[in-house]
Design a protein around this ligand. Structure first.
Ligand SMILES: NC(=O)c1ccc[n+]([C@@H]2O[C@H](COP(=O)([O-])OP(=O)(O)OC[C@H]3O[C@@H](n4cnc5c(N)ncnc54)[C@H](OP(=O)(O)O)[C@@H]3O)[C@@H](O)[C@H]2O)c1
Length: 310
């Protein structure tokens, strides 16, 4: 089989095309493109079928596990695929590790070191118990996320663009510093003892629930990440599609009840907004996958993230 590899403007990406045997898969084609171009390793490549001129349809991305023949529509001698360079990639584990490492290191700096001197506060700093518990809570949260990244999540997408490392680190590192600055501030006013206890107790309960949600998600896939998207079931997944985001949002609410800063609440609102958008997209995807047709089950959940709001 001869495969012509062209860019979106129609320029040949691999001179003279690629010759492969008839049983070759999309992954074989990607390896061959890499061998011939040197620069474009498989996860950098996005291969799609060409669209008819003027078509408004979305191009179909080729699945690396499928045979090339399944995309030929009868003419198995020739195939044209459109190549897009996704740019330099990093693994999801690398991306998550760097974005979570920032808050894990930056937050304790504000607690342990005399940084406030550089902001004009020369007097003695009294550390309230709530500030110490907040440090433990915060560090436990980001340590848990790093551990989950390496030992719990079974990612389906192998890589993400390198640019996302900078974008995500900017988000987590700056919000981490912003919250740490105010919670550890020498002029910080603690909330009542009861409010602190309620906030942290609720937050810890939600963090443990969040961990359990991640275990349930993990069990939807085989250890090599295969299995696609399944209907999450059990615990809060019996009520909402994204119980992992619900528990994540509520655990930040617990932290904010206990520490009560504007910075913390700003982060809660931004994070809840981001996770709500992702949850809506995940809910739509599961409803599309499990539509009740041709023997497929119908997706059973009505609520997305936080009943009774969404
Ligand atoms: N503070 C914030 O702004 C913020 C924002 C987002 C996330 N978070 C936190 O970070 C955690 C990770 O978030 P995430 O969005 O990367 O991942 P996620 O949606 O929580 O999913 C975790 C893992 O489970 C898999 N998964 C999800 N739904 C599945 C299904 N229906 N069937 C099979 N596998 C499924 C995912 O696969 P894929 O690899 O295919 O996605 C991923 O590998 C969240 O749960 C949350 O605690 C925080």
């Amino acid at each position: 089989m001869k495969v012509s590899v062209v860019s979106r403007s129609g320029r040949e990406v691999v001179k003279g095309g690629v010759e492969l045997n008839d049983s070759a898969t999309v992954a074989d084609l990607q390896k061959e493109i890499h061998r011939r171009t040197k620069k474009f390793y498989p996860s950098r490549q996005r291969l799609t079928l060409p669209l008819q001129p003027g078509s408004k349809e979305k191009p179909i991305a080729l699945n690396y596990k499928k045979s090339l023949e399944s995309y030929t529509e009868g003419n198995s001698a020739n195939l044209t695929v459109v190549f897009k360079d996704l740019g330099p990639q990093v693994s999801y584990r690398t991306l998550f590790f760097w974005e979570y490492l920032g808050p894990l290191i930056l937050y304790p700096i504000f607690y342990f070191f005399p940084v406030y001197r550089y902001f004009g506060y020369a007097g003695e700093r009294i550390i309230h118990p709530v500030q110490t518990y907040a440090l433990y809570y915060w560090c436990f949260h980001y340590f848990k996320r790093i551990m989950e990244t390496f030992f719990v999540h079974r990612f389906s997408h192998a890589t993400s663009p390198v640019s996302n490392v900078f974008r995500n680190c900017a988000y987590y590192w700056s919000f981490g510093s912003y919250i740490a600055y105010y919670v550890n501030h020498p002029l910080y006013t603690p909330v009542s003892d009861l409010q602190m206890k309620i906030g942290f107790a609720f937050g810890v309960l939600c963090q443990v629930s969040n961990f359990y949600c991640h275990i349930l998600l993990r069990n939807l896939r085989s250890p090599d990440g295969n299995g696609g998207y399944q209907i999450p079931r059990g615990f809060l997944f019996n009520i909402v599609t994204c119980a992992n985001y619900t528990t994540e949002i509520y655990q930040w609410l617990g932290f904010n009840i206990a520490t009560q800063t504007i910075a913390g609440y700003v982060f809660l609102v931004v994070a809840a907004f981001i996770m709500t958008n992702w949850a809506l997209a995940k809910h739509r995807r599961l409803k599309k996958l499990f539509d009740g047709k041709e023997g497929r089950p119908r997706y059973p959940r009505r609520w997305v993230i936080l009943p009774p709001f969404l």
